[in-house]
Ligand binder design. Structure first.
Ligand SMILES: *Cc1c(COP(=O)(O)O)cnc(C)c1O
Ligand SMILES: [Zn+2]
Length: 430
């Protein structure tokens, strides 16, 4: 092991984002007694900007142990003192891609795609889960639980298996994509199909913390967010710490909005970057309570009954609302929406570039396109769009779009059907 991780780590505290009350690091309750959410308060790192950067740079090509992870490489800023005992696959180290056809579709010259679908279970959820499950083991938890539209469950089931801990996974019965359900079952999670939507699952599992003594690993859990900060830290490192103008991402429960804001705030405070990128959160039009709050200057916290084809962001009452408001305000950010047809067309373009992503991820690209068209993002600005999950998460929707949807979608790649004759084949092949 190299670096400063082995030294005695300064104690972390968890702090209420609403009333600022502090709780010890090993507190397992997800809320303050005032009802507010908790954030991990990171101590000021002992190393300064240049030293920190070279510490992280030196670990970039490590190929075994926790520093091979794109999360634990940044251990000093995440969960110092836990690195040696991290439950890691490893995760992260996802590519930053430049695809001209996607840039042209979005109407932006300098667009990079941070592809989180390259994580071990195919979504960014692994970055938060490695930290939450590591923390669960530190506090002696025996059973883990989450409410999920699929990806959190897939990730929890995998990391639970790795840690040897039981995983209780609540999913909306009619709302989980095929690939995700297959993963949860395969990794050995205890799947509970709830006759209700995601918001009902989350309400139920929050009660289970007190009633059943389970350790909650939804993104309410502040350690999840510490891991998700590394999406931003890693992309900044890939850009040699030259901050882009914009970071654009899909927004459902607002965990990423919160984590990205916190990552940027800390990176700025610790001298890793010298200017703040602006955050742009993109919601599906049928699941856009946060966009509505943004439009009224965050005067009201809205709730909706969520409806969209993008199941990962089909959330009507986002849990990390308070934290996300701070993130948008501190980065001079924006919140916008994309319709389902816009999301599906953007997805088809990302897929046809040979990259591929799940529907919710494509909201990023549909969002960039809208913001570019509205002149909010200008053509020459440097934009990083986060693709949150892998193409194969939701194969049902892909085949429906290409093979069945009527009227024929703009980018549909219809299969051809023939008799087993050369005449037929020759006609198609031409
Ligand atoms: C969880 C998830 C989201 C939404 O992220 P939040 O942090 O809940 O806003 C978006 N896309 C994919 C693929 C996801 O799995
Ligand atoms: Zn409080």
């Amino acid at each position: 092991m190299s670096g400063i991780v082995g030294q005695e780590a300064p104690a972390l505290v968890q702090r209420c984002v609403r009333c600022r009350k502090d709780y010890p690091a090993d507190n397992i309750r997800p809320n303050c007694e005032c009802g507010g959410l908790l954030d991990v308060e990171q101590p000021q790192p002992e190393l300064r900007n240049g030293e920190l950067r070279s510490l992280f740079e030196g670990r970039r090509h490590v190929d075994h142990g926790p520093f091979a992870s794109g999360v634990w490489r940044f251990g000093e800023l995440i969960l110092a003192g836990a690195v040696e005992r991290a439950v890691t696959q490893p995760e992260g180290n996802t590519p930053l891609l430049n695809r001209p056809t996607v840039s042209a579709f979005a109407g932006i010259e300098n667009l990079l795609l941070k592809h989180e679908g390259h994580n071990p279970t195919g979504s960014f959820k692994d970055r938060g889960m490695t930290v939450a499950v590591t923390q669960a083991r530190r506090v002696g938890a025996t059973a883990l639980a989450c409410a999920t539209t699929g990806n959190t469950g897939a990730s929890l089931a995998a990391y639970g298996a790795l840690a040897g801990l039981r995983a209780l996974i609540l999913v909306p019965r009619d709302g989980i994509a095929t690939g995700k359900l297959a993963q949860v079952l395969a990794y050995g999670g205890r799947v509970v199909l709830v006759r209700g939507d995601f918001d009902a699952c989350l309400r139920l599992v929050r009660e289970a913390v007190d009633e059943l003594g389970v350790y909650l690993v939804n993104s309410i859990n502040p350690f999840r967010l510490e891991g998700q900060k590394t999406i931003v830290l890693e992309l900044l490192q890939q850009l040699q710490w030259q901050a882009p103008d914009w970071i654009v991402f899909p927004a459902g429960n607002l965990g990423n909005a919160a984590a990205f804001g916190k990552a940027l705030r800390e990176a700025r405070a610790w001298g890793l970057i010298d200017r703040m990128p602006r955050l742009a959160a993109v919601q599906a039009e049928g699941a856009a309570p946060f966009a509505r709050s943004f439009r009224d200057g965050f005067r009201t916290r809205h709730q909706v009954v969520a409806q969209t084809v993008a199941s990962a962001i089909r959330i009507g009452n986002p849990a990390s609302y308070d934290r996300a408001v701070t993130a948008i305000r501190e980065t001079d950010g924006v919140v916008t929406t994309a319709t389902d047809p816009e999301i599906l067309d953007a997805k088809a373009v990302v897929d046809a570039a040979g990259v591929g992503c799940e529907p919710a991820s494509a909201a990023s690209i549909a969002g960039v396109r809208r913001l570019a068209r509205e002149g909010i993002i200008s053509k020459g600005e440097r934009v990083v769009a986060v693709l949150t999950g892998h193409l194969l998460k939701d194969p049902t929707l892909v085949t429906w779009y290409h093979a069945e949807a009527e009227p024929r979608p703009a980018y549909a790649n219809r299969p051809a059907e023939i008799e087993p004759t050369m005449t037929d084949l020759a006609r198609i092949a031409r």
